[in-house]
Design a protein around this ligand. Structure first.
Ligand SMILES: Cc1cc2nc3c(=O)[nH]c(=O)nc-3n(C[C@H](O)[C@H](O)[C@H](O)COP(=O)(O)OP(=O)(O)OC[C@H]3O[C@@H](n4cnc5c(N)ncnc54)[C@H](O)[C@@H]3O)c2cc1C
Length: 401
């Protein structure tokens, strides 16, 4: 007993910074249901916008359907990826670069307010080329994007340069593209930090709440979830694949469809890869994540040994040490894809105050969604730089389907 006292008097205990309480509301009776802004969809897109709105002082409701929904945010790869984003669409390349540049600010703010480390690491990313023709195609893409959208810092590296960065490199690799702005983060920690950070400001999270109707009124929108309802003058539909059905209720169009990706996770390994690639990254804990396929299979989230085998085989050619690694997890998850693969940001012309937001890179774009899009929505106008992302671009084409 005395030695314990002595011990506690001389050694300072390590007290972790207290995380904000992760308040959930499942009993909605008696709560104020009037907010400055309602965000429908508690995935990475809705979570980032809601965090940005609450951080700016707006009373914010984040409404989420819960585990019965398809939730891309819970099955993704965790890249903050710049180098290949926006070929043929310079505004997307610029928006992505801006988001990657904003990411350290977001990660710092989340750490400060929630105590959660989202494991952001932006050491630059590699895209390995396994043949001369792959190398030539990649070099052409890098040159094209440079001409279209300016210099993102991406350059082609020959095999010797890549080998200096990746000591265990396989013989099959002839070179790589490297972009210093690429990085990765822990997407589940990001989700948690966005939600708890929002709640620690002026936000309220309503999980297990399926929006069934949105009624535009003269001063506010009424959002109905079964027998419950919420009102706000501003509304953001960021419900991933659920957005398609909700958007027409406020004169918006979000013609999104699922695209499956499968991911493998290995046991924890010694440090093998300091730089993430678009299909392989080593997490802070040491696991290697491998992925991710692009499969048009509707709402099927299952996995297949054929695709898993192909992913593993290609990555073993890049890093032969992986051949001995044990796979501990495999999953399939559905991306939220627009017809051309680029984001949709819109404000309803029929019902101003109602906004649409969706993309297939919710990790990468979290910085921009939280720190640039959310303030613009609160101010009531999307900036000119986002005009190219209106769904009106689909009016005469695929989106009209
Ligand atoms: C395999 C895979 C790998 C990926 N890798 C990356 C990557 O490396 N980097 C990157 O940036 N992005 C990546 N992504 C994409 C990223 O995960 C998504 O962009 C992001 O999760 C989409 O977020 P979201 O919020 O739009 O959709 P979701 O995460 O699907 O969230 C939508 C939410 O809306 C809710 N909802 C739906 N309908 C309703 C309703 N009627 N009422 C209330 N709530 C509703 C659901 O409950 C759900 O939680 C990947 C995705 C997949 C599938």
């Amino acid at each position: 007993m005395s030695s314990e006292k002595k011990h506690s008097a001389t050694v300072s205990p390590v007290v972790p910074s207290k995380p904000a309480r992760y308040t959930r509301h499942n009993d909605y009776t008696g709560m104020s249901r009037s907010f400055d802004i309602i965000v429908i969809g508690g995935g990475l897109v809705g979570g980032a916008i809601a965090w940005g709105a609450a951080s700016a002082g707006a009373s914010t409701a984040l409404i989420d359907e819960g585990d019965i929904a398809f939730r891309a945010a819970r099955g993704n790869f965790g890249l903050v990826w710049v180098q290949s984003k926006g070929a043929g669409m310079p505004p997307y390349a610029h928006w992505t670069r801006r988001s990657a540049d904003l990411w350290p600010r977001l990660a710092g703010a989340l750490q400060e307010t929630t105590g959660t480390d989202v494991a952001l690491h932006q050491p630059g990313g590699l895209v390995f080329c396994l043949s001369q023709s792959e190398f030539a195609d990649r070099a052409a893409l890098v040159a094209r994007m440079h001409n279209e959208s300016g210099d993102a810092g991406t350059r082609m590296l020959d095999r010797n340069e890549v080998r200096a960065m990746v000591p265990g490199l396989g013989d099959a690799v002839v070179g790589a593209a490297f972009c210093p702005r690429d990085g990765h983060a822990n997407p589940l920690q990001l989700m948690r930090a966005l939600h708890s950070g929002m709640v620690s400001k002026s936000g309220t999270y309503f999980p297990g709440c399926t929006v069934t109707a949105i009624e535009p009124g003269s001063h506010a929108f009424t959002v109905r979830c079964g027998g419950e309802h919420f009102t706000a003058a501003k509304l953001v539909i960021a419900a991933g694949l659920g957005s398609r059905a909700l958007a027409p209720m406020v004169g918006l169009d979000m013609p999104v469809r699922p695209l499956r990706g499968q991911i493998l996770v290995t046991e924890r390994l010694r440090p093998l890869l300091l730089h993430p690639t678009h299909v392989m990254r080593q997490t802070q804990e040491g696991s290697m994540m491998l992925g991710d396929s692009q499969e048009d299979v509707g709402f099927d989230t299952s996995t297949s040994t054929k695709v898993i085998g192909e992913i593993a085989a290609r990555n073993v050619r890049v890093l032969p040490a992986l051949a001995d690694a044990r796979i501990i997890r495999i999953w399939g998850a559905l991306r939220v894809m627009s017809p051309d693969g680029f984001p949709i940001y819109d404000q309803s012309t029929r019902y101003p105050g109602a906004f649409a937001a969706t993309c297939h890179s919710g990790v990468t774009l979290a910085g921009a969604h939280a720190l640039a899009l959310a303030p613009a929505i609160l101010a009531g106008t999307l900036p000119e730089s986002l005009a190219a992302f209106s769904a009106s671009r689909f009016a005469a084409g695929e989106g009209a389907r």
